[in-house]
Design a protein around this ligand. Sequence first.
Ligand SMILES: C[S@@+](CC[C@H](N)C(=O)[O-])C[C@H]1O[C@@H](n2cnc3c(N)ncnc32)[C@H](O)[C@@H]1O
Length: 473
Amino acid sequence: MAVGKSLSTVVHSSCCLKNQYNFYKTAMTSLLVPPMSVRGMTCLDRDAFATVVNIPILKLKSNTIISNIKPIIKKYILKLPEFKPIHKTSDEVIVYLNPEIVTKFEDITENDRQSLVGQYEYFSTKSITLKYENWRGHEILKAILPEDIQPPAAYSLVGHIMQLNLRDIHLPYKTIIGQVFLDKTPNVQTVVNKVNAIDTTFRYFTMEILAGEKNTVTTTKEHGCTYQFDFARVYWNPRLSNEHTRLIACMKKDDVLYDVFAGVGPFAVPAARKGVKVLANDLNPESYKWLQINVTANKIKNNFKAFNMDGRDFLRNIVKNDILSRRDRELHGSEHIIMNLPSSAVEFLDILPDWFTQDELKKKIMGKKKSNQKNKNVFKVATVRSIKLKAKAQKVVTNLKKLDAKGNKIAKKDKTVNMDQLLEDLRKDMQGSSSKANTTQKKHTKANKKRVVSKIALEQTNETAAMIEQMQL
Ligand SMILES: C[S@@+](CC[C@H](N)C(=O)[O-])C[C@H]1O[C@@H](n2cnc3c(N)ncnc32)[C@H](O)[C@@H]1O
């Protein structure tokens, strides 16, 4: 028996004029789809989705115990949102079947039919009206949008807000798309669309509210912490959740975190909850405001301080002073600096070469105890430029060592003490100020006239001199 579909459209208590959408004559491939008449709708008319369909049914005896037959029929029953496929009254039990699986009784396997013997009365069809509530969001949008436009599938959920990133082809339908997502997604009260422009400094994006409450202040949870913020005025990305967890897992109780671009706190707040001391900064006053609110909401006590300044100043002053003070107090634990501003964080590293003075580096950062490896690491970071130069200089010195006094290559075993002595002298000579550097080289060549250094060696020596001088060794 074939199951037909009758497309009777129910009365419209419409918010739209009928001629606002086109009545495309498109053949629907499935039996269970909204009526064709909704195609092209741009203003949501929920009543237009009501449609009468013939559904195959099994009539069972009124004394049938549902739990006994469920395992047999569950693969055939009609599963739709807001629809009960088994109706039990005092007189009968009706089971609605999926017309895409069962069109005739024989579509139920012989085994299953045998199992129903004694309970089953007859197989038939019944007309029911399916409404807007019975369709899924994707089915509704597929029915509304032109056939060559797929409904948007990707979205992010941030608290009560659903964020879409609509393509240009979707824009004529943006309001209706927003409304359908709002209706069909549990717990969503506001649907927004990302408008291309991203605030270049504070990294949040401009958004347009498509449907629902005009409220972008929301509350969301990430790894047990609660965050409240105005999604339209601060940066928040639910896709960074794993990155937040990954970095926080590297931190221990005695550590300190300097979060240079903290946003509303997804690194800083859980780190502080873990007992890490946190100094967190953000230039956006709105982020700073919510950061403080989130610190309180997550019951963080004394191990947190928030700042609202430029990241460069934060590093130069707050972070630097805290590191120096930690050295004075000989505190243990690692220092973590997070700079989560992918577009330009690297530019802030220009502070490194003179972040700490040479005196601070030697006396405080390296620390009193030479064994303090962590201090050494900070020293290394701060002198990154010098280290590169040092490596270059070292290469030149190594090359020099391979030459005899006349500049000829010598075998490893023939390296003379004299050559080493010459280089040692050179090093000492080069330690002067830059104004002295040229004179030193001249003196050096004069003083060593007898030990003639070849032209190549001299060039290398000059280069070494310049480098060593820059290193201020
Ligand atoms: C990509 S967001 C990261 C926020 C947070 N770490 C997170 O994971 O959600 C970058 C943050 O840096 C802030 N920011 C941008 N420029 C800044 C600057 N010069 N100094 C300090 N913060 C800045 C922005 O306001 C924004 O909150």
